[in-house]
Ligand binder design. Structure first.
Ligand code: ADP
Ligand code: MG
Length: 609
């Protein structure tokens, strides 16, 4: 139930629509009740049991009996003037009119429900996506991508289908049930007592099954996440899967998971489909009990109801069944959707970890230096950086070298606050990085990594990413591409800058992709540049082109360069040698060679090749 409240929270902005929906529902229910009441005189005429009061009784709007007597008197009066057939005809016309109005208002209530339904789903999806953008990178090393995709697609859809489609029932059926029950009480309070006592009993049985439905549903959604993960990883690794003849293994793996999912869903639907027959059976049971006791009362003349009124009573009673049925179905559906609500809330409530302080300091320029002070960092259990001290003065080039796994990438990831230091602090022009506006820090940095990150879009838009393709001038993109040594090959593409580069740039070679990401950094024109093995996946020819591009890019900037090939960083102002998270050597190229330590060994190994 509290899951329902969580969902209703999303409805709050749409309260106006919700109010209209409820109002029109009430009107619609009233019309249907009045039209039922009109059947009584019709039936009485047919049964010829009409007892028309001699004179008009006292009228009071608050007394149901007085309304009834006056109504009967009025009908009788009309009959004495126009004859029975004529009056019957008019009553039939009125009933048709009332049912028309009832359905018109029912439609109106649905009309205002549609924007709520779809608005809520849109809001949840938007919130999810924004959250995905904000969550720290560390979140994604823990979570499977497929699972996240499943949450934003199939769980949101599940909410749309199961919970939102139940909104109608939630808003309408309680009103209907209460209005009908009140009417029944007016007809006969003792008889209605049976109905009211029997309802909670059925309710209990129904909620029992609902609980187990929710458990199964949660398992189902989790399996769906696994399915999406497999699909995602498979498409990504298709080349390797084919090359290693792993098609059968992959296929089998997928079909197993899919089969498990199917089995869960069969169980789920069987349970959910119990809702309708179960509630119908329980409802009919109630109806039969009423028929038995009420029939006894009417036959024994122990009640003020005559046979005609009893018939209408029973038919209103039977009209209680559809809303009870649909509200139990809604209840089941909500249980089914509740699992998805939980999964979505889990993402929406995930810790953001990298949080900007409320009164963070804005920073528009880099003036002096960046300083690592006794910085340590650990992932989960593993210490990756230990006690790092380093100064990066403005305008200098610092190189990080060392064996793979030494912590180089981790060290530069701390600068744009992809991760926060575990111990120590990083000072940016004397201010602790954590005190600054995150957007501003990132705005001062450009990053080029070994794995290029390109999107399935045009060359132009990929380069303009940081600036936004609407604001950027075409000349600027072209001159950035020229600096990045990319203009020539881009011009040779079928549509030049408007060529779509395919998924993750699949239509380009490694060196071309790299030069596009360099052009992106050039266009952003940041004062601080981070190059993380930007050239290490390239062949010699494209490396030469990219290296040139990088040298163009580094001019007049502060750079932190991680280089695999030591030949490319010989001219760095300071070279830092990292080993297992510690700085083991530092100095310029010449000093380090003279020292004949770790750096010299690395250097010799490479010149040997
Ligand atoms: P380098 O860039 O020098 O090759 P990294 O900084 O990428 O090294 O990694 C340093 C160490 O941190 C490695 O031992 C690696 O296993 C570990 N590591 C890197 N990323 C993560 C992560 N997201 N979670 C846990 N451990 C990680
Ligand atoms: Mg690395």
């Amino acid at each position: 139930m509290n899951k329902l409240i969580k969902i209703l929270k999303y409805i709050v902005p749409y309260w106006g629509y919700a109010l209209l929906n409820v109002i029109f529902n009430i009107i619609s229910v009233l019309f249907s009740l009045v039209s039922f009441a009109l059947f009584i005189p019709v039936l009485q005429m047919l049964f010829k049991t009409t007892k028309i009061p001699e004179s008009a009784p006292d009228f009071s709007i608050y007394n149901f009996n007085s309304i009834k007597e006056n109504f009967y008197y009025y009908i009788g009066h009309q009959i004495s003037i126009y004859g029975e057939l004529q009056v019957l005809f008019y009553i039939c016309l009125i009933i048709v009119g009332l049912f028309f109005l009832k359905n018109l208002f029912k439609y109106l209530s649905m009309f205002f429900l549609a924007p709520i339904r779809n608005g809520v789903v849109r809001d949840i999806r938007n919130n999810m996506f924004t959250k995905i953008l904000i969550l720290p990178l560390s979140y994604y090393t823990e979570q499977r991508k497929g699972d996240l995709m499943s949450r934003i697609t199939s769980d949101v859809q599940e909410i749309e289908w199961s919970i939102m489609s139940s909104l109608e029932a939630i808003f309408r059926d309680p009103i209907t049930i209460i209005a009908y029950l009140i009417t029944l009480i007016i007809f006969s309070s003792s008889l209605t007592l049976f109905v009211i006592v029997l309802l909670p009993v059925s309710g209990y049985i129904i909620s029992k099954i609902g609980k187990s439905l929710k458990r199964t549903s949660a398992k189902g959604q989790k399996k769906m996440g696994e399915i999406l993960s497999i699909v995602e990883e498979t498409i990504e690794g298709l080349r390797i899967i084919k090359a290693f003849n792993a098609i059968d293994t992959s296929d089998e793996n997928f079909q197993n998971t899919n089969q498990k999912y199917t089995r869960l869903m069969i169980r789920l639907y069987r349970k959910r489909d119990l809702a309708s027959p179960l509630s119908e059976f329980l409802g009919t049971l109630v109806l039969v009990v009423v028929l038995w006791f009420g029939g006894k009362l009417v036959l024994g003349n122990q009640t003020s109801m005559d046979a005609a009124a009893f018939l209408v009573y029973i038919s209103i009673c039977s009209q209680l069944l559809p809303p009870i049925k649909s509200i139990t179905k809604a209840f089941y559906n909500i249980q089914k959707g509740a699992a998805s609500v939980e999964r979505i809330e889990h993402v929406l409530n995930a810790d953001e970890v990298i949080i900007e302080k409320p009164n963070a300091i804005p920073i528009k320029s880099f003036n002096e230096k960046i300083e690592y002070k006794n910085v340590s960092f650990r992932y989960e259990k593993k210490d990756v950086l230990k006690n790092i001290n380093l100064e990066i003065p403005k305008g200098k080039t610092i190189a990080l070298v060392g064996a793979s796994g030494g912590g180089k990438t981790t060290m530069v990831n701390l600068l744009p606050r992809f991760y926060d230091v575990t111990k120590g602090e990083i000072l940016f022009d004397g201010n602790n990085l954590k005190d600054l506006v995150i957007y501003d820090i990132r705005n001062l940095m450009g990053i080029v990594t070994q794995e290029t990150v390109l999107f399935n879009d045009t060359v132009f838009n990929n380069i303009a990413l940081a600036v936004g393709s609407n604001e950027v001038k075409k000349e600027d993109v072209i001159s950035a591409a020229k600096i990045a040594n990319a203009h020539d090959f881009i011009s040779a593409l079928p549509d030049g800058y408007n060529t779509n580069i395919g998924d993750k740039g699949a239509k380009l070679s490694g060196g071309q992709k790299q030069r596009i990401s360099i052009a992106r950094a050039v266009l952003k024109n940041p004062p601080i540049l981070i190059l993380d093995e930007a050239t290490s996946s390239l062949d010699t020819e494209s490396e030469r082109l990219v290296q040139q591009a990088i040298e163009n890019l580094m001019q007049n900037r502060t750079s932190i360069v991680i280089a695999h090939r030591l030949s490319t960083i010989q001219y760095a102002d300071e070279i830092i040698v990292l080993k297992d998270g510690e700085i083991v050597e530092r100095g310029n190229h010449k000093n380090l060679l003279e020292k004949a330590g770790v750096y010299k060994r690395l250097y010799d190994m490479q010149s040997f090749v």
